[in-house]
Design a protein around this ligand. Structure first.
Ligand code: 3PG
Ligand code: MG
Length: 395
């Protein structure tokens, strides 16, 4: 992969695909992690005298302009972090984009409006995507792919534009890929993966692949209940994906055949209802009452998981252990995060909710070796899939 050092950017217009998909509460950015992660590449280009055109998506507006998903608040935050004004184009490839880009001087930055306002960005039709990609490419002379969180999407700005312009990978993509390599090649052992989150169906591919690679797989969060049920236990009102039970039984068998230690919760916090202040008790994971739902892993499970992480040399963690958004059910996620920090291993937090949890729970970000900006992207990489955005940058 070519990097920034392989491009001569001085006085040239460079289109940077960043991932600035941050959570918003109205117009307030509630976690600016992805914006901060995008700053170094943009700053480097500024310092080298490029005219920087940043493009990105926010949420899923599905091909239509929708003020709820405007990137305007992101332009303001990006400007604060860069310490210079960031101009904002109110469309993606229209009059506003063209005139704002036209006005750029060397070392200046513009952010285009949300790419997903344009139906061409996500179209499955190559011709439709290609037509939009040509307009986007027409705004610049060079392309830098730095939106790691979106490299698993076959979208115009990720996959098609780099085919139309001389291109390189940005610093964030290079750093993320280097970490993922360490999780897939010559990985130091014991190699422990912790998976959580609501749905086992989101993680089928990665579990299947990890069962051929890891020494231990710890499962918590909502997806654990489908595993407990597959072992024959009742899970009450807990999250359950009935249609995945066969698949999960297959995983239990495969883990046993391959000598992978698959570790499930032994106790859970069982609540009477899904609410921040719900009444709850610690119950055995094998005896969840019919009218209760598990909202977090219990104290014995926290200790068990910590003991399985203590001697690890490499850890990848994706997905919360419980409903960490509710204080009463955040203890399991906090305990696992702390166990990663204490392990002294090479620790990688795999994007999405787990990265948000680390920040929300006030854990030190520098306690981990790497916090990925891409949940879906890192899972698909670990699943062994070809990621369209990386393939396009390799060519
Ligand atoms: C993410 O938030 O996972 C990335 O920004 C990609 O967004 P998407 O899941 O809506 O494609
Ligand atoms: Mg996503």
């Amino acid at each position: 992969m070519r990097t920034l050092d392989d491009l001569d950017v001085k006085g040239r217009r460079v289109l940077v695909r960043a991932d600035l998909n941050v959570p918003l509460d109205g117009e307030t950015i509630t976690d600016d992690g992805r914006i901060r992660a995008s700053v170094p590449t943009i700053k480097t280009l500024v310092e080298r005298g490029a005219q920087v055109v940043v493009c990105a998506h926010l949420g899923r507006p599905k091909g239509k302009a929708d003020p709820k998903y405007s990137l305007r608040p992101v332009a303001a935050r990006l400007g604060e972090l860069l310490g210079q004004d960031v101009a904002f184009a109110t469309d993606v490839v229209g009059d506003s984009a063209r005139s704002t880009v036209e006005a750029l001087q060397d070392g200046q930055v513009v952010l285009l409006e949300n790419l997903r306002y344009e139906p061409g960005e996500e179209s499955k039709d190559d011709a439709v995507r290609g037509e939009f990609a040509a307009k986007l490419a027409g705004l610049a002379e060079l392309y830098v792919g730095d939106g790691f969180g979106a490299v698993h999407r076959k979208h115009a700005s990720v996959y098609d534009v780099p085919r139309l312009l001389p291109h390189a990978a940005g610093g964030l993509v290079v750093a993320e890929v280097e970490v993922l390599r360490r999780l897939t090649e010559d990985t130091e052992r014991p190699y422990v993966v912790v998976l959580g989150g609501a749905k086992v169906s989101d993680k089928l591919g990665v579990i299947a692949n990890l069962l051929t690679k890891v020494d231990r797989l710890l499962i918590g969060g909502g997806m654990a209940y489908t595993f407990l049920k597959a072992q024959g236990h009742e899970v009450g009102n807990s999250l359950l994906q009935e249609d995945q039970l066969d698949e999960v039984r297959g995983f239990l068998d495969k883990a046993e055949q391959r000598g992978v230690e698959l570790v499930l919760p032994v106790d859970v916090l069982a609540a009477v209802t899904f609410a921040a202040d719900a009444d709850h008790d610690v119950v055995e994971a094998t005896a969840i009452p019919a009218d209760r739902e598990g909202l977090d892993i219990g104290p014995r499970t926290r200790e068990l998981f910590a003991s399985k992480l203590a001697d690890a040399r490499t850890v990848f963690w994706n997905g919360p252990m419980g409903v960490f958004e509710f204080d009463a059910f955040s203890g399991g996620t906090r305990a696992v995060a702390q166990a990663l920090i204490d392990s002294g291993a090479f620790t990688v937090v795999g994007g999405g909710d787990s990265a948000a949890a680390v920040r929300k729970l006030g854990l030190p970000e520098d306690g981990f070796s790497h916090i990925s900006t891409g949940g879906g992207a890192s899972l698909e990489y670990l699943e062994g899939k070809t990621l369209p955005g990386l393939a396009a940058l390799e060519d």
